[in-house]
Design a protein around this ligand. Structure first.
Ligand code: CP
Ligand code: NVA
Length: 309
């Protein structure tokens, strides 16, 4: 039995199989209209969500199955009355696949250890692999390839989306360039950079981290940013973070250093005037809603693949 915990554990071949399946799911949704008939997805949420919840739930409906939204605030696990292991061992007797959006990555690892059905990471403080599968699908749709493209990420480097993009991009032969403030609370984790350097040397890609936003974005094919105030960041850090990240705001001026046909991406939710200007996210280079749509197709592919359906 396989899980989707992070893209670090998934081989490039596995990512390719799922991306190809996602493409077919998008082109031929009816072909999969009963692929999950009488199957149930349990969706465990500790954090808020729009896209992840709606795309997983709609995806199960479209494949003839069912999804249960379960907020940990109403659970024995969330109230400390039951361990994670007992909860997922019991849940595994009722459902066919579990996805979870949690704070601590270690809690997701514990779920995967004790579940007897596949477990999918729907975002932890450390990683967001479902997002990146949808992103890779969107990049390939727009650019025709992944390998050889320069993907520049600007902003919060010590971030779940950043780390997952680095894994996914380097596994697929991309040149991943992160522009983020110096300091370990703002730049990508050193172990992730080291892992990605190894993935890149195997795939023909590369990974680079720079505190210079112009150097990071220069000649990029894809420009990506994410919230400066992730769900787990305390509100009282907002002003300090805005000041720190403002030089990395994706503005039209900064975009001008990327290739003229570069696409702009943000996993959303987005704040205009923070991680990017309104002009960029609402402008012609932005593909953020095509990107969001692919959450549906990519996650249907993940569920089908892990459930052998
Ligand atoms: N991109 C993303 O995961 O969005 P939600 O937080 O709305 O699910
Ligand atoms: N980095 C963001 C992603 C939101 C989808 C967060 O963790 O809130």
């Amino acid at each position: 039995m396989e899980h989707l915990i992070t893209l670090k554990e998934w081989s490039p071949e596995k990512i390719r199989v799922v991306l190809d399946l996602a493409k077919d799911v998008k082109a031929n949704p009816d072909k999969y209209g009963s692929a999950m008939a009488r199957k149930t997805l349990l969706m465990i949420f500790e954090k808020p969500s729009l896209r992840t919840r709606l795309s997983f739930e709609s995806g199960m409906t479209q494949m003839g199955g069912h999804a249960i939204y379960y907020h940990t605030g109403n659970s024995p696990m969330g109230s400390g009355k039951e361990t994670i292991s007992d909860s997922v061992k019991a849940a595994s007797r009722f459902v066919d696949v579990i996805m979870a959006r949690l704070f601590k990555h270690g809690d997701l690892l514990e779920m995967a250890e004790y579940a007897t059905v596949p477990v999918i990471n729907a975002l932890t403080d450390d990683s967001h692999p479902c997002q990146i599968l949808a992103d890779l699908q969107a990049i390939e749709e727009k650019k025709g390839v992944l390998a050889g493209l320069k993907l520049a990420y600007l902003g919060d480097g010590f971030n779940n989306v950043t780390h997952s993009l680095m894994f996914g991009g380097t596994k697929m032969g991309m040149h991943v360039s992160v522009g983020s403030p110096a300091g370990e609370e703002y730049s990508p984790r050193a172990d992730v950079v080291a892992d990605c350097a190894a993935f890149a040397s195997a795939s023909g890609g590369s990974v680079a981290v720079s505190a210079d936003p112009v150097e990071a974005i220069k000649d990029a094919d894809v420009v990506y940013t994410d919230s400066w105030m992730s769900y787990h960041i305390p509100k009282d850090q907002e002003q300090a973070r805005i000041a720190k990240f403002m030089p990395y705001q994706v503005s039209a001026e900064l975009m001008a250093h990327a290739k003229p046909d570069a696409i702009f991406m943000n996993c959303l939710p987005a704040i205009r005037g923070c991680e990017q200007t309104a002009e960029v996210i609402d402008g012609p280079q932005s593909i953020v809603f095509d990107e969001a749509e692919n959450r549906l197709h990519a996650q249907k592919a993940v569920v089908l693949n892990l459930c052998n359906a």
